[in-house]
Ligand binder design. Sequence first.
Ligand SMILES: C[S@@+](CC[C@H](N)C(=O)[O-])C[C@H]1O[C@@H](n2cnc3c(N)ncnc32)[C@H](O)[C@@H]1O
Length: 247
Amino acid sequence: MTGKVYIVGAGPDGLDLITKRAEKVLKEADVILYDELIGEDLKEFLKKTKAKLIDVGKRAGRHKKGQKEINRLLVEYAKMGKRVVRLKGGDPFVFGRGGEEAEFLAEHGIPFEVIPGITSAIAVPAYAGIPITHRAFDPAVVFITGREARERLNWDALAKLNATIVILMGVSNLRKNVEKLLKHGKDPETPVAIIERGCTKEQRVIVAPLREIADVAEREKVRPPAVIVIGGVVRLREKLAEFLRFD
Ligand SMILES: C[S@@+](CC[C@H](N)C(=O)[O-])C[C@H]1O[C@@H](n2cnc3c(N)ncnc32)[C@H](O)[C@@H]1O
């Protein structure tokens, strides 16, 4: 009998931000294929389960195992009747290729379930004292990838929209993307926060106006993973961060 694949979001770091449903299916899994962007204590938890563990994590934009190979493994193990977990950082459907994997499973007639996770796009700013919506600021939020492959983005519309912009995978193209926003009329004084290794003890937050942020990021040697927030809500950090406590 065919098994089942669970496409599971692990949250941005560690065991604390994972859902109960995710924890349950991890405990019951026969095989777990996991990404690199999951926390260390979660990796320790995985080692204690009965599952066969397969590290398919990404390194510097390259996959240790290609997407085709991952898809093939998911189908192969499911056809062997296994309970397979595909564990991904954050939420599997937010820039996580979970959609592509779900499509592949559907095309191969494999039953699957999606277990959403807490996305870094929201949790990382929250841990840094930045609520991504607030009634006193922009009435919308736009999540974008900073990667060039998504060049089809309408930067003109984005620059003119009164929305908070949250960029994932945005470190390497930061200067280029900031230039595009400025060229299309985004206010150069718009505050920007770059949150590196958010929701971890190594979290670092850098704040500067849009016109300066690329220089500041270069000077501070910002490295991925980082979430970039562009918008007035960044100002709230000044008021909130001092009183944030995460035990
Ligand atoms: C391939 S995307 C996956 C996003 C994931 N599916 C999610 O919902 O959070 C990877 C990007 O997520 C962001 N990211 C994930 N974890 C992060 C963390 N702990 N701190 C900062 N950014 C993080 C970074 O922008 C990173 O380049």
